[in-house]
Design a protein around this ligand. Structure first.
Ligand SMILES: [Zn+2]
Length: 269
């Protein structure tokens, strides 16, 4: 029980870090709940020294875990081995039963990441294709949006050259920029794969507002305060985690973690 509590206390610390460590921690929670024996982490095996034996079979041996298996002590031996760097039947590291909980925590983390490689910090390179920041009072919204889209299109074509995905992305651009009232639409991430491991990543921060004005009591007209920041990057993913993240943005807009994902891609140069 003490081992379990200590492992859980390390997991709780992970939950205070960034979203990647939090996700690892959540998966570890699920795993820890399912573990019955914390001496062997349910591998039903552990290793031990063969210190008293001098032969070529190695200095270690694998034994059945006597904490969760009821087997006479003389029948615990499974096999001799050269190294103590061993993995159990379900892929979790084998331990000596008195190994400190910190090492077991690390082994569980390693196992979770091996099973879910998308959980680690994404690794990528980034090149800025275009950055547009417009803050002004305007009356003809459509015209301004057309101008912005034209600038973006030119940059996208210049840097990415992929016409089909560009057209798709620009359709979304327009929808996004004419939307004033919907709070959830203020920040948007768009992502398109332009080549394998190569993405076009677009961040739109739209804080524009509109007001209906009345002229001489005769007719109403719209006045807009355009406040838009658009950044387009070219991203080359360098590990599976980054690849997974870009594909996730492509396939489902990441409403929940949008600010964290934006921070992640923006902070890295
Ligand atoms: Zn056990």
């Amino acid at each position: 029980m003490e081992i379990k509590d200590e492992i859980i206390s390390y997991i709780e610390i992970y939950k205070k870090y960034d979203m990647f460590q939090q996700n690892v921690a959540l998966k570890m929670d699920e795993l820890v709940i399912s573990i019955g024996c914390f001496y062997c982490l349910d591998q039903k095996q552990c290793w031990d020294d063969r210190a008293d034996k001098v032969d070529k079979k190695g200095d270690y041996c694998i034994k059945i875990c006597q904490h969760c298996q009821t087997i006479p002590i003389e029948n615990l031996w499974i096999e001799d081995c050269i190294s103590s760097d061993l993995v159990g039947p379900s892929g979790i590291k084998l331990f000596r039963s008195e190994t400190p909980p910190g090492e077991k925590f690390k082994a569980l983390e390693h196992y979770i990441i091996k099973q879910n490689p998308e959980l680690i910090q994404p690794c990528f390179t980034k090149r800025v294709a275009v950055g547009i920041n417009k803050k002004e009072k305007i009356y003809n919204l459509d015209l301004e949006i057309k101008k912005i889209i034209k600038t973006c299109t030119q940059s996208i074509l210049l840097y990415m050259g992929n016409v089909q995905s560009t057209i798709e992305v620009l359709k979304q651009f327009h929808l996004n920029m004419v939307c004033f009232d919907d709070e959830s639409n203020k920040h948007t991430l768009l992502c398109e794969e332009i080549m394998p491991n190569h993405f076009m990543y677009i961040v739109i921060k739209n804080n524009s507002t509109q007001k209906t004005k009345n002229r001489f009591g005769f007719y109403n007209y719209q006045r807009f305060f355009l406040d838009i920041q658009i950044d387009i990057f070219e991203i080359k993913t360098l590990n599976y985690s980054a690849q997974h993240l870009c594909n996730r943005i492509r396939n489902e807009p990441p409403e929940k973690n949008i600010n964290e994902i934006m921070k992640l891609f923006e902070s890295t140069t």
